[in-house]
Design a binder for this molecule. Structure first.
Ligand code: FES
Ligand code: FE2
Length: 382
């Protein structure tokens, strides 16, 4: 099928895109949520998956249906590093190959004829990653080429992972919600602080009355940005930096925000994945990270994270979720919108996601932009 022959779910959304972009790496679980002996069932991109660890502790990901009679493999157990179906006991290795049929001799050739669909999986940065796609059509690129550099550089960066969330919203709406000018309104009460250096503890909320606040729209190399001001145009500290490197949105669903949460501290970077459970729910994985190479810098960043960043990100994420969930399903939301000029950067992100979906129909794959996966902070001074 050609890209221009694809039916649309709603104008601008090719059918199929509502359940995600295949042929990318996704952080499907946190490492600690996958124990050595218990398979985990998870749905991603509309597909039921089973995740488990083999005898060496390495993760495996299979379609969660036994090829014998369709029982959920996630109900099974791990034996000698292989996954045993709970129903009649067929065992599978990480590649999906059936390695044992319990009523046949152990070296029986008939096991060779049975396979479960499998996905490449790895562990990095305390996440379990799966390449959700078709490795025969689109060979998986090295994981390290497609994730933020911080996750492989524990000597230089310290990242804190936020709790995994599931929003009752389509993933495309969740990603729309990362636009660069909503925060000054939606997060006005959680993010805006007084212009005074942080001295530890909870930051002093901005005193400018909400009714007096206005938004100034600026174009930056990083896309459209909203700056909060008071009625006279004096900026209010929301912490979003205007001079950073790379794109805010990276395929398949990564958003990057560089934030100085309170005046006088080093900025941190928030990296956020928003990918579909199915067309109605979205998984959110987020970490906050600073470059910190000394014990002192690590300690300072940990304190800032615990006292300011973590509680704030929890509130902000709740605010974002409530809005995304309020917009209704994808078709409802997209048919009830009227875009303004500041929506341009968000619109460009939509285009990029659409392009990434459509080029695959022509056997091509758009890679994430590598220079956006490097550390995006230009200056590290306060
Ligand atoms: S359904 Fe899995 S072994 Fe029979
Ligand atoms: Fe937000």
């Amino acid at each position: 099928m050609k890209a221009n022959e694809v039916a649309e779910l709603v104008p601008g959304v090719p059918k199929g895109l509502e359940t995600g972009l295949h042929n990318y790496w996704y952080p499907i679980l946190k490492s600690e949520d996958l124990s050595q002996n218990k398979p985990v069932s998870i749905k991603c991109l509309g597909e039921d998956l089973v995740v488990w660890r083999d005898g060496r502790g390495l993760p495996g990901v299979l379609f969660d249906r036994c090829p014998h009679r369709a029982a959920k493999l996630s109900l099974g157990r791990v034996l000698e590093g292989n996954l045993q179906c709970a129903f009649h006991g067929l065992r599978f290795d990480k590649t999906g190959q059936c390695v044992l049929i319990p009523w046949e001799p152990d070296d029986s050739a008939s096991a060779q004829e049975v396979r479960a669909r499998s996905y490449p999986a790895q562990e990095l940065g305390s996440y379990i990653w799966a390449y959700l796609g078709d490795p025969a059509r689109f060979p998986p690129p090295p994981l390290l080429d497609e994730v933020p550099e911080e996750l492989s550089r524990g000597d230089e960066f310290l990242w804190f992972r936020m709790p995994t969330e599931v929003w009752d919203s389509n993933w495309l709406l969740a990603i729309d919600g990362g636009d660069g000018f909503h925060a000054v309104t939606l997060h006005a009460e959680t993010q805006a602080v007084e212009e005074r250096p942080w001295e530890g503890g909870k930051a002093q909320a901005a005193s400018a009355p909400l009714a007096e606040r206005r938004v100034k729209i600026v174009q930056t190399p990083y896309g459209v940005r909203g700056i909060a001001t008071d009625r006279e145009g004096k900026p209010i500290h929301h912490g979003h930096l205007l001079t950073v490197k790379g794109d805010r949105f990276i395929l398949p669903c990564i958003s990057t925000n560089v934030i100085r949460p309170v005046p006088g501290v080093e900025p941190y970077v928030s990296r956020l994945w928003q990918f579909p459970v199915d067309d109605k729910q979205t998984i959110i994985q987020r970490f906050a990270v600073q470059r910190a190479t000394t014990a002192e810098a690590r300690e300072r960043w940990e304190r800032l994270f615990q006292e300011v960043v973590k509680p704030r990100l929890q509130s902000i994420s709740r605010e974002d979720a409530v809005i995304a969930e309020s917009q209704g399903d994808l078709v409802t939301a997209r048919t009830h919108e009227h875009l303004f000029e500041p929506d341009l950067s968000m619109y460009e992100v939509r285009q990029r996601i659409n392009d990434a979906f459509l080029v695959q129909l022509e056997e091509r794959r758009m890679a994430p932009t590598r220079d956006s996966l490097v550390w995006p902070v230009k200056s590290t001074g306060p």
